[in-house]
Design a protein around this ligand. Structure first.
Ligand code: ATP
Length: 229
């Protein structure tokens, strides 16, 4: 029997009693900080694949980014919450902070599928991530578990990345979303912020406010609103 209260177990949230959705678009990333490129691709992908919800999934300790530490997880989590604002079809999950580190997507999917066996999971990524997908830990198993949804990205050849992924991962299922490419990255945003330059239009003010608090200031997070497993 499905326990519908699991969605927001630690929060007094009105969505707790909603029936569990069937098709979830997972969006993994570092989100250091999250920017409008992330939000746009999540929204367009949500519409185009007919997802019931988008679950943003900040990585606690991504294996491919040595500079990102689980210590900043709460801060990045809060920035994603601020980015999605009141969009009720989007949520943030702390699942990767609850699982062993580093955060391998295949481990996360195993845990989510065990917890939500009736849900179909799709996984959103950019063309740059698709390029590296064949090298991901457990990539073949991951391809059995999710359908990928890919956003093209300036500077990365989607066709080559897709052909390589198909050759190396014969079971891969993949759709590309139809949207204009957005030439924005967290790296570029961080660089501007470090130089005290304006990032208006790229990072909404509520996100910036949390960014400015720094990871220490961002630790006021209770882990509260999005504990999904
Ligand atoms: P960084 O510059 O720090 O590497 P990023 O901007 O790539 O960060 P991530 O949090 O690493 O942001 O990205 C999460 C996911 O979103 C990845 O799959 C990445 O490919 C994708 N992504 C981020 N920005 C874009 C964009 N502008 N267009 C397409 N995909 C994007």
């Amino acid at each position: 029997m499905r326990d519908e209260a699991v969605w927001y177990t630690e929060a007094n949230d009105e969505r707790t009693s909603e029936a569990a959705p069937r098709r979830i678009l997972l969006f993994g990333g570092t989100f250091d900080p999250p920017h409008v490129g992330h939000l746009t691709m999540a929204q367009i992908a949500y519409e185009q694949v007919g997802a019931d919800e988008v679950w943003w999934m900040p990585a606690a300790k991504p294996p491919h980014k040595a500079e990102i530490d689980a210590d900043t997880f709460a801060w990045r989590f809060r920035m994603v919450e601020a980015l999605i604002g009141s969009r009720r079809h989007m949520r943030v999950t702390d699942v990767e902070n609850r699982l062993p580190k580093p955060s391998y997507t295949v481990d996360t999917l195993r845990a989510l599928i065990a917890r939500y066996p009736c849900v179909e999971f799709l996984f959103l990524l950019g063309a740059d991530s698709l390029q590296h997908l064949p090298e991901w830990h457990g990539a073949e198993e991951l391809c059995e578990m999710v359908r990928f949804v890919v956003a093209r990205r300036p500077g990365y050849d989607f066709d080559t990345a897709a052909a390589r992924a198909r050759a190396r991962l014969p079971h891969i299922r993949m759709d590309v979303i139809d949207m204009p490419m957005l030439d924005v990255s967290s790296t570029w945003v961080r660089d501007r912020l470090d130089r005290q330059l304006d990032v208006c239009g790229l990072v909404p003010d509520p996100v910036l406010a949390i960014w400015r608090q720094g990871p220490e200031g961002g630790r006021g997070w209770s882990g509260g609103t999005s504990s999904m497993i």
